[in-house]
Design a protein. Structure first.
Lengths: 389, 356
């Protein structure tokens, strides 16, 4: 089997499995005052320090959550509410965890930041939008992802945060795909809040963090024990946090050059097999494990099925509740036609990827595209063309 | 064979897929998403039924250990089935959307895609028997007469049937449910679906009024020409309909009145006594002939999905089927199919254009 969907989730790092397994059999609520409680608390605080250290943050800036979606919701809604300004600026290519959260705040509460053809928000776009915002539409928060989960394009977060700061607006960045893949330094980035999650970087599911600057007010979504700086409540998930920290450490130390070289090999192989395949996103400044293509004349779901049958696992974009691949909002925002958007696939590599995975895809992609093209033509046959009798 | 099993999320298609697996075929399950697209916001999800049905189909595929995908045919379904349904009613005819869906979606859009992707056949949970006789597909009624769906499959061409698989034709529904339970399929006790799938509340008239608007017209006594009332659109009526005519005064003879004919251009709905619904001859167009014959053929004619059969004599003249009924049939609506059977074998299907 060739697993080329690391951006969806990636295998747990052995060090994370070991750390978490040990923690699973250790008793203790991190809020308890006795010996077991103190032991659990120590494990959590060491994990917090490890994560802070790996990402250029202070330990008190690390707020543990249940994952990326919760961190994004907490940042977007919490900072918006605390700031009491009428609007949030969000890029059009955000993950649904941000997109749907800002939309939920209300149509009038959102301003959309356009992206270029690679899916990138340019600093001057943000500057222009912030400059032209009138008082009654004052911006309380800017939210722009560090790297796009579909096409892999990396945003100039430092420059964007500078622009936002010059206007006195905090910037939140969803760095779920970036942490562990590209260097992320929270302090240096200038961001006020940053989302990361365990299972995308070799940690367990159901745990993540929001890095939140100490001076940024954030209204909690969940009320209760106030365990995490009074911004987040709920008994700390000690084993998951321990595994998460081990994975952050391992992924940050991991050499991304190996994955990048494999990815370049994959892109070259696909282009050889399917010369008219189009690589989407920035050709250079992108996540090292990401390769995203449009295969003209194909439907992504046909290709996915054909590759799946050959043991090659990839993605058509973000999945929908009913399992139907709608044309990706990211690709549409980048200016692709709906047909091209439907005919796109993401291959994403990670820490367990090998050149055998790439070779398997290189062998299968040509015939699969040919077959999917025929199916695409069959699909275009209109009603009334069938001859009867 | 490589078989694509269309899995609706119901018990029939799940057992059909199971039987295809058991017969040694390489089976892939596909659920067709047919309901209109949600808005640009993904938060406005599809109707809950569709999501739930997709889930049930997925769980059945899990139990069978076959790959499973959801394919989006909403656009094709809207164009080829829903829009056709509305247009047919607007033209004063009574369409059969299930028949149309088999013709255009399951055994055209889906089958074409399946063949192009390397499959040999599409398998469904329809109740009908299909075999090959002298190199030609032979379609027969299901063993379970109450469930028989050969009527809505009879308009499939020879080529479409050659790539179809109906594993349930030899089994009665109760046994299919029992088999589902034995196989550990959670849908074993799921209720049957009866209504038109894209009108979940079953209110066809208001669905059509939404699409077509109100088009006022007169209810006229077929015999006397007297105006009996007004209505808001011929699309609210079907030949043979008795209830909901909106006529205040009873008929002079005190007997119930029925819709006899629809005239969409003038907006006239003709009503009259039950006896005038009797039809003894049917003309039908666009025939699909499965068993050739010369001249006249003795057969049984069926004019709607369930019931409505009469012994008849039929012939094909200039691409039109002329059916003479040996006993009268009531409520024969233009737009429905007339399917001809010899015993349980389907001879032909055609679309009813007129009656006498």
């Amino acid at each position: 089997m060739a697993y080329l969907d690391h951006a969806a989730t990636t295998p747990m790092h052995p060090l994370a499995v070991a750390a978490m397994t040990e923690a699973l059999s250790t008793l203790g609520n991190a809020s308890s005052l006795h010996t077991s409680g103190r032991r659990a608390r120590r494990a959590v605080e060491e994990a917090r320090e490890d994560i802070a250290d790996a990402l250029g943050a202070r330990p008190s800036e690390v707020i543990f959550t249940a994952g990326g979606t919760e961190s994004d919701n907490l940042a977007v809604k919490g900072i918006y509410w605390a700031r009491e300004r009428p609007r949030v600026l969000a890029s059009t290519v955000e993950h649904h965890a941000v997109l749907d959260a800002v939309q939920w705040l209300g149509e009038d509460a959102v301003g959309w930041l356009e992206v270029d053809g690679h899916g990138r928000v340019q600093p001057w776009t943000l500057a222009e939008d912030l400059d032209t915002a009138s008082d009654h539409e004052a911006i309380g928060l800017v939210t722009i992802m560090w790297a796009n989960n579909e096409v892999g394009t990396i945003n100039p977060i430092r420059e964007l945060a500078e622009v936002a700061a010059a206007h006195g607006v905090p910037l939140h960045t969803d760095a779920v795909q970036a942490v562990g893949s590209v260097p992320v330094d929270f302090a240096e980035s200038g961001a006020s809040a940053l989302t990361l999650t365990g299972h995308k970087l070799g940690g367990p599911y159901g745990v993540g963090a929001l890095l939140l600057k100490r001076d940024v007010k954030c209204t909690p979504l969940l009320h209760g024990g106030g365990q995490e700086r009074d911004v987040h409540s709920g008994t700390l998930n000690v084993p998951a946090i321990v595994g998460f920290a081990a994975a952050v450490r391992a992924s940050v130390e991991d050499d991304s050059a190996r994955v990048r070289a494999l990815r370049d090999e994959l892109v070259a192989a696909v282009k050889r097999a399917v010369p008219d395949a189009v690589l989407n996103g920035d050709p250079v400044d992108r996540l090292p494990g990401n390769a995203h293509f449009t295969f003209p004349g194909c439907e992504g779901d046909s290709l996915l099925m054909l590759l799946d049958a050959k043991g090659i696992e990839c993605s058509t974009g973000s999945a929908c509740t009913a399992g139907v691949a709608q044309p990706s909002h990211v690709l549409l925002a980048m200016g692709l036609e709906p047909a091209a958007a439907r005919g796109s696939l993401r291959f994403s590599l990670g820490h367990t990827s090998t050149s055998e995975d790439v070779a398997a895809l290189a062998e299968a992609i040509g015939p699969a595209v040919e077959r999917a093209r025929n199916a695409g033509i069959a699909g275009m046959r209109r009603s009334g063309s069938t001859v009867r009798m | 064979m490589r078989v694509l099993a269309a899995m609706s999320g119901g018990v029939d298609s799940a057992v059909a897929a199971a039987r295809a697996v058991e017969a040694g075929h390489e089976v892939v399950g596909v659920h067709l998403a047919l309901s209109a697209k949600p808005g640009t916001l993904r938060t406005g999800a599809r109707g809950c039924c569709t999501v739930e049905d997709a889930h049930d189909a997925r769980r059945a595929a899990d139990v069978l250990g076959i790959p499973f995908y959801v394919w989006d045919f909403a656009e094709r379904f809207t164009e080829d089935v829903i829009e056709d349904f509305v247009a047919e009613y607007a033209a004063g005819r009574t369409p059969n959307p299930c028949l149309r869906c088999n013709e255009k979606i399951k055994f055209e859009a889906l089958l074409d895609k399946a063949i192009a992707l390397g499959f040999d056949a599409v398998c469904t949970g329809h109740y009908a028997q299909l075999s090959t006789v002298d190199g030609r597909p032979e379609l027969r009624r299901a063993v379970d007469e109450g469930k028989d769906q050969s009527y809505v499959l009879a308009s499939l061409t020879e080529d479409q049937l050659a790539h179809a698989m109906f594993p349930l034709g030899d089994t009665v529904k109760e046994q299919v449910r029992a088999e589902a339970a034995t196989r550990g399929l959670a849908v074993a006790a799921k209720p049957d679906s009866h209504d038109i799938c894209f009108i979940p509340d079953g209110d066809t008239r208001s669905f059509l009024t939404d699409k077509l608007g109100e088009q006022a017209g007169l209810l006229v006594d077929d015999e006397t020409g007297a105006v009996l009332g007004r209505h808001t659109g011929v699309h609210g009526f079907t030949v043979g309909q008795r209830h909901g005519l909106g006529i205040d005064a009873p008929a002079p003879d005190g007997r119930p009145r029925y819709v006899l004919a629809l005239e969409p251009v003038s907006g006239t709905v003709r009503v009259g006594s039950a006896a005038k619904l009797d039809v003894t001859a049917i003309d039908a167009a666009r025939p699909v002939v499965h068993v050739d014959w010369d001249g006249l053929v003795e057969c049984t004619a069926q004019v709607r999905a369930h019931g409505g059969t009469a012994s008849a004599v039929a012939e094909v003249v200039d691409g039109t089927v002329r059916v003479t009924l040996r006993e009268p049939l009531r409520g024969v609506a233009p737009g429905q199919a007339v399917v001809l059977y010899r015993d349980d074998v389907v001879l032909a299907s055609a679309t009813i254009t007129g009656t006498r």
